[in-house]
Design a protein around this ligand. Structure first.
Ligand code: ADE
Length: 237
């Protein structure tokens, strides 16, 4: 998997690159590269954004600046680029990222992520250069960088060899193995702390009963989450 992130803050992604699963994915041949929009702008003073037509607060990332950055990287008209690889703008109004969407993206050979700042993108960037707009939740961040990091983290950990133990990614929250439900609770030593005991079944060594207990807890968590969503406690869908 080849991931290119276009941003005004490439240095922020240094931390992400050092994380174990990202380093493992890279060792397995994946790449995570950052491109600074400012490096290819032809505007004076490294300008990349401008005031919104029609007025209003904030600044908008310019379409000509984004085009120049994409052309410099891929030597291709960005209108044609999205036919060759997923080009994703990170924005709060996009398609919500969930486990199934992460699986879909993890199956791609290459992703290009565009991080907006300020008021976001000139809409022509989204309309003509992007294949997708992705949101990590219904709240507004100061920019797309953290959202891009969330997406990279979630996608890269799905790649073969990224996690130390391949089973970790199979039976985890929202996976098909758990019927899309959150993961069951985990416990470790000590078996008792301040009188809080680990459920007896987990100490029983009885694998079938442990499996059944875990499925039930996972299903309960899923039902609770759906009820919270319906009651408006978490309007995520
Ligand atoms: N940029 C600002 N807020 C965002 C969000 N919630 N998801 C993705 N990108 C964003």
């Amino acid at each position: 998997m080849e991931i290119d992130v276009f941003t005004l803050f490439p240095e922020w992604f240094g931390w992400l690159g050092e994380q174990r699963h990202v380093a493992n994915a890279r060792a397995g041949g994946s790449t995570l590269d950052c491109v600074n929009f400012r490096d290819s702008t032809t505007l004076s003073g490294g300008q990349v954004d401008d005031m919104p037509f029609g007025g209003g607060a904030g600044m908008v990332l310019r379409v000509d600046v984004v085009e120049a950055a994409l052309r410099a990287r891929y030597r291709l008209d960005p209108v044609a680029l999205r036919e060759r690889r997923r080009v994703i703008a990170l924005a709060p109004g996009g398609r919500l990222l969930d486990d199934a969407f992460v699986d879909e993206l993890a199956a791609e050979p290459a992703l290009t992520l565009l991080c907006g700042r300020y008021e976001g993108f000139d809409e022509r960037i989204v309309e003509h250069f992007c294949s997708d707009v992705v949101s990590i939740g219904r709240y507004v961040l100061a920019g797309g960088e953290l959202a891009a990091m969330v997406l990279c983290d979630a996608v890269l950990r799905k790649l073969p060899g990224a996690l130390g133990d391949e089973r970790s990614a199979v039976e985890e929250s929202f996976s098909a193995a758990l019927d899309g439900n959150p993961e069951y609770p985990h416990y470790t030593r000590p078996a008792e702390h301040r009188g809080w005991r680990v459920p007896d079944v987990l100490l029983s060594g009885h694998h079938a009963r442990i499996e059944q207990w875990r499925r039930e807890r996972s299903r309960e968590r899923g039902e609770r989450q759906r009820a919270e969503r319906r009651s408006g406690a978490s309007p995520a869908e």
